[in-house]
Write a protein that binds this ligand. Sequence first.
Ligand SMILES: Nc1ncnc2c1ncn2[C@@H]1O[C@H](COP(=O)(O)OP(=O)(O)OP(=O)(O)O)[C@@H](O)[C@H]1O
Ligand SMILES: [Mg+2]
Length: 234
Amino acid sequence: MLITFEGIDGAGKSTQIQELVHALSARSIEAVTLREPGGTAVAEKIRQILLESSHEISPIGELLLFSASRAELVQEVIVPALANGKTVILDRFFDSTTAYQGYGRGIDLELLRSIIAISTCGITPDITFYLDLEPEEAMKRKFSKTSIPLAFEGDELDRMERSGLEFYRNVRQGYLDIMHIKSERFVWINALDPVAVIHSRIIALLDERFLQNQSSYDERNAMGTSKSKKERFL
Ligand SMILES: Nc1ncnc2c1ncn2[C@@H]1O[C@H](COP(=O)(O)OP(=O)(O)OP(=O)(O)O)[C@@H](O)[C@H]1O
Ligand SMILES: [Mg+2]
């Protein structure tokens, strides 16, 4: 089973993933938890370039770097884990590319679709929790301040986060559009709700959809994964 978390920086993805991992572990379900970009030696190096670098990176360069990192993660870690029936939890996946590089940077969505298909080997999440938050609120959280800063600026922020409020408004709009198109797998979560309330909702939804029938679900998932792997070479 592949569970992804999406949302703008500061929406609460890492917080909820941590809660979910504890809850699953209490049920003796060991989840493989990964973050994008990163998760392999090469992908972590690409992460450094993408987030820590003070260099300018062109939108297409950025897209290809994120995609290269994803290709490594998918082939080295995600495909084998799913094939072994593991529960994989991903902190960002290709919806981030559509939202950030498509709606945020303005790259053609059709082009993104092709690159996403290549970098993911066609793997799609079973469920995506989208934590929805206005960029102004996300900023407050990042800085733990009550006032809204004028822009995403400053040394504490990574390269993506320095892109500005307007960029993040577009990214959020992107997520909302994807949610309407992919309504069967996207779950909208009000990220303003308390951590515990969000966590309960996530557990209730997973219980309802998958966890009660974990073993048969993982069997089907493993079969589906090997099929995608084969299709990759056709
Ligand atoms: N539901 C919530 N209500 C209030 N504060 C929250 C909530 N969830 C998380 N936070 C706080 O907001 C901040 C950002 O949360 P977190 O790091 O989980 O976000 P994130 O989506 O993983 O961000 P990033 O994309 O930058 O990694 C943290 O200080 C966290 O404690
Ligand atoms: Mg995080």
